[in-house]
Design a protein around this ligand. Structure first.
Ligand SMILES: C[S@@+](CC[C@H](N)C(=O)[O-])C[C@H]1O[C@@H](n2cnc3c(N)ncnc32)[C@H](O)[C@@H]1O
Length: 299
């Protein structure tokens, strides 16, 4: 074989692996470029879209996202339950004559399921804060609420727990909860939650507030209902978490603690973690971590 031919054959042998390497590098570059930007204090390059934190006129830009509802003076802790009964339930406990006959057969005596609902963070914070009012934003079947009831009992605290949830779950949640019944499109989540609270003998220390988190948190602020401990665990996308955290912080008593789930779980890094990080940065607060939970102490 001639020298020229030999070189050509050797080159052709090399071509295949080189093509693989080029393809690999190309795919990696594409993936890198399409990954979400991480906030960084350095100024954006002129061609990149700046992140919220990088905007030069940050305070002005963030004004659009600020919650500005004016909160009333705080209602004393011992009046919180009656205030909610009066303003949400026509002064009558929703647990009276519960369950209504048309759902009795559709409920289970107890059907509880939660996520990180028994985490050590609950005990740490309840022992530390000794809360008179706890506001839970995102309750589902009441797993974490019941855990908090048990802890406050253990510590002999007179605590009222307000459970904010639209009690709709999320679209398609029944795929994972096939045993839960539906009547005319109502997934009976609030009734099953109430049944769970009744089974835990906790109807005097827990109240559901069955509306969307944004509207409830704004109302609690205008009614002067503040929490010593507020758990945020409702919508996990950035916008929901950002809105809930901002609204919840307004109704946190001085010395109180705001906390929430999914700082580390697979459910996040897209929504909750970014919202908590941005919130803490904007308000100059420290984020503490406790298991899968994030914790922020009031300033
Ligand atoms: C992860 S679950 C809460 C679990 C509960 N904290 C536990 O650990 O037992 C989330 C709940 O948030 C509620 N939720 C989601 N978005 C909401 C919104 N915008 N307003 C009110 N509730 C909402 C859902 O109905 C669902 O019950």
């Amino acid at each position: 074989m001639k020298e020229g031919q030999k070189k050509l054959t050797a080159l052709l042998k090399l071509a295949k692996p080189i093509a693989y390497v080029i393809l690999l590098l190309f795919t990696y570059t594409l993936g890198y470029l399409s990954s979400p930007p991480t906030p960084s204090p350095s100024p954006p390059s002129s061609s990149a879209v700046p992140s919220l934190l990088q905007l030069p006129n940050l305070p002005t830009q963030l004004d659009h996202f600020r919650v500005t509802t004016h909160c009333a003076d705080p209602v004393p802790s011992q009046l919180v339950r009656q205030t909610i009964l009066d303003l949400v339930f026509n002064s009558t406990s929703p647990f009276i004559n519960f369950p209504p006959p048309h759902v009795t057969k559709l409920l289970r005596a107890k059907r509880v399921k939660g996520w990180g609902s028994n985490g050590a963070v609950f005990e740490h914070l309840i022992k530390k804060v000794k809360p008179r009012t706890i506001i839970e934003v995102g309750t589902f079947l009441g797993a974490s609420a019941i855990h908090m009831v048990n802890l406050t009992r253990m510590l002999n605290l007179q605590t009222q727990i307000l459970c904010v949830d639209d009690f709709r779950g999320w679209p398609g949640f029944q795929d994972r909860f096939k045993d839960m019944k539906m009547i005319n499109g109502d997934v009976l989540l609030m009734y099953q939650f109430m049944q769970n609270i009744a089974s835990a003998n906790a109807t005097e220390s827990v109240l559901p507030i069955p509306f969307s988190s944004g509207s409830v948190l704004d109302k609690l602020c205008t009614w002067g209902v503040f929490g010593d401990l507020i758990e945020v665990d409702a919508g996990h996308d950035f916008n929901s978490a950002w809105s809930d955290i901002n609204r919840a912080y307004r109704i946190l008593r001085p010395g109180g603690v705001l906390f929430g789930h999914d700082y580390f779980t697979a459910a996040d890094n897209r929504g909750v973690k970014r919202a908590v990080t941005l919130f803490a940065k904007v308000y100059g607060l420290k984020i503490k971590l406790d298991g899968q939970h994030w914790v922020i102490y009031s300033a």
